[in-house]
Design a protein around this ligand. Structure first.
Ligand SMILES: Cc1cc2nc3c(=O)[nH]c(=O)nc-3n(C[C@H](O)[C@H](O)[C@H](O)COP(=O)(O)OP(=O)(O)OC[C@H]3O[C@@H](n4cnc5c(N)ncnc54)[C@H](O)[C@@H]3O)c2cc1C
Length: 368
């Protein structure tokens, strides 16, 4: 199909910046670029009618990170990079709270909690707090909170560590608000448009879709777990996360966002229901996929975890099951880099993109 002159001069005209991917990274980037350079034209393109990447399929933790996760990160990539990542998340969380009213995105500063069953991480709590002090401004970023264990019905667990920075939100509502903000700023959209390739030469760069091409001065690739088709060399692997949600539970005591096993398991209340996800480490090879199916093996495993750890002694029914795809790599830090003269990649947001994406947008706008 040949595009008409009308299409070529409007929808498919050259833009200053094209962003591929309308998840949190793409949308925060579009906002940052428009705020920094209001005169530049910005087009966001996504393959789905509704952006159905990780951003709309996650657990809705406004994630700061748990004690064991920070310890594990520091062991894998050293304190400097770990602290940099913590700072990025903290600033991202502040930006979310600054830009949107709590009731617009169901944001609740409920605190983040981690179940710990062995004492080793507890021995390091003071050391970690000392490292984080300059970033959070708190003497005790993490603190033991044993009274909460009983209060929220986690009686089968030994220790509970609290951080007061984490919150929960409604990922769908956040994405919708970002779309609204983009529209107010004059960002244009082409949804339902898969980008098959990107061609760059000395004078410009263009996205190639099934029926048309669009030129740009710069392209930002914000396709997270689905980036390999466009940038085969990039260091990332897809990692599926599976989730289940219970129906309403009478007298549910659980309140807040909870982590277990270095963040491999996560659960929270959604009103009087429980959302539980994770367990990927039980079936790592099969979960290294970008298929959005759920598997009986992991769903049964999660149900069992729900029965034994999260809501022992309470009847429940499962009302929803879904999965989403994260992007992981050798390192946990996101990739924010110029891949060529006119292309920037902002990908690999691991399991913490809600908090990371707002500041990644700012960084990309700076690189542009
Ligand atoms: C199950 C699960 C639970 C999670 N829980 C949390 C949590 O509680 N807290 C937290 O902070 N993070 C969580 N995460 C991680 C977080 O959701 C991600 O880090 C974040 O959403 C990544 O945003 P993104 O915009 O980079 O990627 P995505 O949201 O995946 O967006 C990428 C977009 O690119 C589009 N796209 C891909 N290829 C193309 C193409 N060729 N052409 C056009 N468009 C394309 C896709 O349609 C998609 O909309 C979770 C993730 C999962 C999967």
């Amino acid at each position: 199909m040949n595009p008409s002159i009308w299409e070529l001069e409007t929808f498919y005209r050259k833009r200053d910046v094209i962003i591929v991917g309308a998840g949190f990274t793409g949308l925060w980037t579009a906002i940052s670029v428009k705020e920094k350079y209001p005169e530049r034209s910005v087009l966001v393109v996504d393959r789905s009618a509704v952006p159905i990447g990780a951003s709309t399929r996650n657990a809705g933790f406004a994630c700061f990170g748990s004690l064991t996760e920070v310890i594990s990160d520091s062991e894998k990539m050293g304190w400097e990079k770990t602290l940099e990542l913590v700072k990025l998340r903290l600033e991202g969380l502040k930006k979310i709270q600054n830009d949107f009213k709590a009731d617009e995105i169901d944001f609740e500063l409920c605190g983040g909690f981690e179940i710990i069953n062995d004492e080793a991480p507890l021995q390091r709590i003071d050391e970690v707090n000392e490292k984080l002090k300059s970033i959070t401004g708190l003497t005790k970023t993490y603190a033991l909170n044993q009274s909460k264990l009983k209060e929220v019905g986690l009686g089968n667990s030994r220790f509970l560590i609290e951080n007061s920075i984490e919150g929960s939100l409604h990922s769908g509502k956040l994405l919708q608000k970002l779309l609204e903000k983009c529209q107010i700023l004059g960002v244009e959209f082409l949804l339902g448009t898969e980008i098959l390739d990107i061609n760059e030469n000395k004078n410009s760069v263009k996205i190639i879709a099934q029926d048309f091409e669009i030129e740009a001065e710069k392209i930002v690739i914000a396709t997270n777990a689905f980036t390999k088709n466009l940038l085969p060399e990039i260091d990332l692997v897809p990692a599926r996360g599976q989730i289940l949600l219970t129906g309403p539970i009478e007298n549910l005591k659980l309140r807040g966002t909870f982590h277990y096993d270095e963040g491999f398991y996560y659960f929270r209340n959604l009103g009087n229901r429980v959302l539980l996800g994770g367990g990927r480490n039980q079936d790592l090879k099969n979960e290294e996929t970008d298929s959005l199916d759920t598997t009986d093996f992991l769903q049964n495993h999660l149900e069992n975890f729900l029965k034994t750890v999260v809501i022992p002694n309470q009847d429940f029914q499962i009302s929803n099951r879904w999965s989403g795809i994260m992007a992981m790599g050798k390192e946990k830090s996101p990739i924010i880099t110029k891949v060529s003269e006119r292309q920037i990649a902002a990908v690999r947001l691991s399991g913490m993109g809600v908090a990371l994406a707002p500041k990644i947008g700012d960084r990309v706008a700076e690189i542009l």
